[in-house]
Unconditional design. Sequence first.
Length: 327
Amino acid sequence: MRKLWLSLLLGWIVALAANGCSADQRVLGRISALLGDAGLADADAADADAGDADAGDADGGDAGGVAEVWVPFGAIAPHPAFAGLPASQADPTLTADELELYFTSNPNSDYDIWLVKRESGTAPWGTPAKVDQLSSTSLDETPEVSADGLTIYLASERPGGVTPGRRLWVSHRAKRTDLWQPPTPVTDFTTGADQDTSPSLQRDQLMMVFASLRGGDWDLYATTRQSTADPWGPPKALTTLNSTAFDWDPAVYRGGNSIVFASRRMGTLNSLFHATRASAADSFSAPQEATEFDFLGNAADPWLSDDGKHIVFDSRQSPSRIYEAWR
């Protein structure tokens, strides 16, 4: 669009020059009369929107201030990284490039943090291995790796937290080839007998949604911060998402403006629900069930790519298995 208006402008300049006229005020005055100042601004804005469309889709963000329209996922299949493995696998989370998949497994009757990797998006998955630096002799579950793969949160009952119980812990590394540093407890908002689990990070790591017992039963809470160097703020209950049943295992995507989570509001087993909002200033919409996952039974702990096109989750049957689907 901008190229079109530049062409028109050059045409006016040539025409006026041929008649010996000054181009400065007459050309601009004529264009302004045709479009108006707002028209020029609108044209520039349209160009900017068209040029930034791909970047917006990749980054998520406010998605142009438009809430997501839910599109059901297609065929659901066991994740190929776990073919033939006998032990239970659950709680999947991936880096943004989808080359590292962290999960929990219990081959020794104790859930620990495991990792399976691949060299490229089309390469086969390698052999899963326990991540000793992130695991302990206590329960370790619900890992959440950051998009860049340099930070990971998890829930653990290991000793050393602010108080006993299931708490959020965090670990960092300087680059992807480094070992993870020993996890440290998240102390920014932990108080009393709270139990926290299932962290999910916004892509820029400025918002985290997690499940907590601080309200009496498992509900979803959100905490934010101004930068990754700042502490997390006081958690706020996501009241439009929560019910009187268990609500947990959130997965945020689209820059934090869409969410899929597990809930037992339909009965004694987990079902996946989805909700959205137009921007961070809005509340999430009323949750709706993602019925395409019901046939598996007890679907939980989803992870979604930030564009919302790929979902990886577990079905907590016996044994628990990890599945994926696309849209």
